[in-house]
Design a binder for this molecule. Sequence first.
Ligand SMILES: [Zn+2]
Length: 415
Amino acid sequence: MTKGSGRHCLGCSSLLPDPFLDLGSTPLANAYLHPERERTPEESFPLAVAYCTKCHLVQLADRVPPDRMFSKYLYFSSYSDSFLHHAYRMANEMTQRFGLGGTSRVLEIASNDGYLLQYFLQRGVRVMGVEPAGNIAAEAARKGIPTLTSFFGPEVVPEIEARFGTADLIIGNNVLAHVPAINDFLSAAVACLKPDGAVVFEFPHIKELLDKTEFDTIYHEHVFYYSLSAVEVIARRSGLELFDVEPQPIHGGSLRIFLQHSGRRPVAARVEATLKRERDEGLTTADHFVSFGLQVEALKRRLVQMLQQLKSGGNRLAAYGAPAKGNTLLNYCGIGPELLEFTVDRSPHKQGMLLPGSRLPILPPEELLRRMPDYAVILPWNIAGEIVEQQWEYLRAGGRFIVPIPEPRIVEHSG
Ligand SMILES: [Zn+2]
């Protein structure tokens, strides 16, 4: 392997080593295709991940221009019960911990449709959201949540100061992974924070991705994959001190981190304990990532071999679900219509479309039972249990599911 890819770390600007995992060149994971466009070629972009040995930041080696990515943002947080429940609890905990009341101000970055800020608003706290997707920001405004339709960064700081002032609490859930200009982003957060304020971010912990071989959560929209060690370095560069960390069960395993202007509160012992654990587990070691890359390649071989053997044994195969991560899985493994006949999905927005890259048609879930493939690969494997329960009729009729990750396994009707 040659050292040095000619690319520079987005965190610390040092030269990045070669990617430890190369998933090939694929279309954007959310670029679902209208059947009319079946014959037109899709635009694809390289998808490879590198580890910076200087600052521990795991990042995409190549980036897609942002204007290609956010044009068709469809996700409304309030459509998910578990998300809303998590938001409600978070608002409670933050209000108590920081003693927020009628004179407090909470600013949320990537505030979506106001799924979180609504709970602060109910407590009489002054709130403001920043959200780039216009249709989603409009939904928040309908709920009475003042929302700036914009990406967050230094360019919006003057407007936030003028309209809102500085914040006692700044929250950013699942946004750190999406921002290539991460240093500017954090400097802007510092500028919007009161002297005694706190910044709270939540993000999926890279440990989960590595431990469970969740390589399919890598796609172009996610520029960074964070350990606490990496986030601590980036925050410190912007003048923010990490003063606490809490694990959160959402998204398979996330971290909630607490930042402040240096020296304002004592630093909790679990910060150093978590950093030490990460060092012990290899999250700050290049070799650890190289062996993860090899593990992903081995998983790909086993999955493709399993499907090919079933197919050549006369079985009919399909898929279940059309999540973005399924597209990383199928396209990296080179699994398409020659192995799988179709997929099904509950979202009416996706039914009738084709998966990007693999071009599998997306049908309504009833088609699974009607067409009765012998096996169906569950693409949203993180909710495999829920799907198996919903589709018990398919199983009882002799259908079988394949859960691809962390290790390909077959689920069939028992008894
Ligand atoms: Zn770096």
